[in-house]
Design a protein around this ligand. Structure first.
Ligand code: GTP
Ligand code: MG
Length: 302
């Protein structure tokens, strides 16, 4: 007799910048969701699929939830993240070890409202970035304080960037997977198209280079994708909101954009396993991040 297969959706939620996407990439073993030290890097729910033997885990990375910004893009991002709370089989809430903030309370409130803690629905709490906690003795009182906030199913101190304790997290997730048939082929790692991943890689490289100078009024679209004999030629358009932002993205004598393009090309070549040429264009389109119709055109589906 063959053993039954198990398959389930595992939502990863939390406030911005706690390391949700880094965690997803590590668990799947491949870079799927872009990361940066800027809050609100992730804008869509992104699936990362990990199949091993009889188990298939479908992770859902979500945009960081927060209570401050009010543009249409931010409302949409919050909505994407909230839709995951109720529906997934297993929920992982990520916080930064030693730093509980107001937005963590916001996430927990929504979670209590839309999911609850009964009948095995309580989330696993990951206390991420433990590598930054000094001295280590500070961890224990923080864990005790977390335990008083909500009846978490498990609390796991971990480091998504080094991989510390993620094996324990994986055991906890596997224990909770329902018996079910696999929903994706064993070799599929995401539901997103190559074009989506490429646009995201470009956005990551640009975001990381502009640092604090620009908030998040950047988006990237693939305008043209041409497969030539032995390489792929990709035209990307980077949209910003204002002329001043364009100057920041382009940088002195175009140097910043050029470097972002080089970094993106290396990563896209690894992804596609082909030679790649990337051309980046920056265009000003005022108000895109607060315009519902424009957001839909740009691929931010509701
Ligand atoms: N020191 C340390 N840094 C980490 C760890 N995990 C993630 N980071 C860093 O934290 C920053 C944010 O990581 P992301 O994975 O983009 O965070 P996120 O929660 O997905 O952020 P949003 O998508 O904006 O909500 C990045 O600079 C990561 O490299 C960790 O375990 N230790
Ligand atoms: Mg993210």
């Amino acid at each position: 007799m063959t053993s039954p297969t198990r398959c389930g959706y595992v939502g990863i939620v939390g406030r911005p910048n706690v390391g949700k996407s880094t965690l997803l990439n590590h668990l799947v073993g491949q870079k799927i969701s872009i990361t940066s030290d800027r809050p609100q890097t992730t804008r869509h729910n992104v699936l990362g699929i990990h199949t091993e033997g009889t188990d298939q885990i479908i992770y859902v990375d979500t945009p960081g939830q927060h209570g401050t910004e009010r543009r249409a893009l931010n409302r949409l991002m919050n909505r994407h993240a909230r839709s995951v709370l109720a529906d997934v089989d297993v929920l992982v809430m990520v916080v930064e070890a030693g730093r509980w903030k107001a937005d963590d309370d916001l996430v927990l409130d929504r979670l209590a409202r839309e999911r609850g803690f009964e009948d095995g629905r309580a989330p696993i709490l990951v206390l991420n970035k433990t590598d930054l906690v000094q001295p280590k003795e500070r961890l224990l009182p923080f864990m005790e304080a977390c335990a008083r906030r909500a009846p978490f199913a498990e609390m796991i101190p971990a480091s998504a960037s080094s991989g510390y304790n993620l094996d324990r997290l994986l055991v906890c997730i596997r224990e909770r997977l329902p018996e079910a048939v696999h929903l994706f082929p064993a070799d599929q790692v995401t539901d997103r198209s190559e074009r989506f991943l490429i646009a995201e890689i470009v956005r990551e490289k640009v975001m990381r280079r502009v640092g604090d100078e620009l908030p998040h009024q950047i988006t990237v679209g693939i305008e043209r994708y041409v497969e030539e004999e032995n390489r792929v030629h990709i035209h990307c358009q980077i949209l910003v909101e204002r002329d001043g932002q364009k100057a920041i993205v382009v940088g002195h004598k175009g140097e910043r954009l050029k470097q972002a393009g080089i970094e993106a090309r290396h990563e896209v070549e690894r992804l596609l396993d082909k030679h790649v040429r990337i051309e980046l264009w920056v265009k000003v389109k005022g108000g895109w991040s607060d315009d519902d119709r424009m957001l839909r055109q740009l691929g931010y589906e509701d």
